[in-house]
Design a protein around this ligand. Structure first.
Ligand code: PRP
Ligand code: ZN
Ligand code: MG
Length: 225
């Protein structure tokens, strides 16, 4: 694939970050229209293409240099970094800045009837998660052995379905935990959205465009503080 002369930015297709990511780029003066059926949205006033993909795919696309920039939760970024370091795959990217949306925490949670003292209450038990690497790092630090139950989605139903004893999942308002008869016991990682750039060297005009977007993002975020 030839290197695109247009700047490629990956954003989440649908989910907690997608609306805010689009809003941020629009407030930086990038004009585009999103067609829900299309993966790519071309900007009409700047040489920029938006790739609308699964959030979990964004860090890898940036680290492999497939896209130039990505807007992603720090939790997903860190998870992918540990995963790739473990596998010896390229895991480098540059975090340009933290953004002012996408606040969430990755937490351990257990069923309401579970009597929880501390993380050692989970010794030998099974924990469902979509973030096996962040969970492993935390449990290793605490010296606790547990068993994995890897689920890409619907993590919150795992205990009731008899798949696991507890979960390690993202919490934002806490509504999902409550609706599933679970309570939060420990926060293992706090996260915001951030914008990342690939480490690939860019032609001057493309890097100038990245710098322009970044300085506008700085202005937009600062204006709201
Ligand atoms: C997370 C998490 C819960 C929900 C929690 O999913 O998996 O489903 O948010 O939010 P709440 O505390 O406000 O109820 P999210 O949509 O972030 O990501 P995903 O689609 O990648 O699982
Ligand atoms: Zn996801
Ligand atoms: Mg979810």
């Amino acid at each position: 694939m030839s290197q695109s002369t247009r700047l490629r930015i990956a954003i989440q297709k649908s989910g907690r970050l997608s609306k805010e990511s689009q809003k941020l780029l629009k407030s930086c003066g990038v004009k585009f229209n999103v067609n829900e059926q299309r993966l790519i949205a071309h900007s009409d006033n700047m040489p920029i293409d938006l790739l609308r993909v699964r959030d979990d795919d964004i860090p890898g696309l940036v680290m492999d240099g497939v896209v130039d920039l990505g807007i992603i939760g720090e939790n997903v970024l860190e998870e992918e970094q540990i995963e790739r370091q473990t596998l010896g795959k390229p895991a480098d990217c540059v975090k340009l800045r933290e953004l002012d949306f996408g606040a969430c925490r990755l937490s351990l949670a257990v069923p309401n009837e579970f009597s929880y003292q501390d993380a050692s209450s989970l010794e030998g038990l099974r924990i469902a998660t979509s973030y096996p690497n962040l969970l492993r790092r935390y449990m290793q630090e605490k010296g606790i052995n547990y068993r994995d139950c890897m689920l890409k989605g619907s993590v919150e139903v795992a205990p009731r379905a008899g798949l696991s004893d507890g979960i390690c999942d993202l919490v934002s308002t806490g509504a999902t935990l409550e609706a599933n008869g679970l309570y939060e016991t420990e926060v293992i990682y706090r996260s915001m959205a951030c914008i990342i750039q690939s480490t690939q060297s860019q032609p001057d005009d493309k890097q100038a465009l990245i710098n322009k977007i970044l300085s506008r993002i700085n202005g937009v975020v600062r204006a709201k503080e």
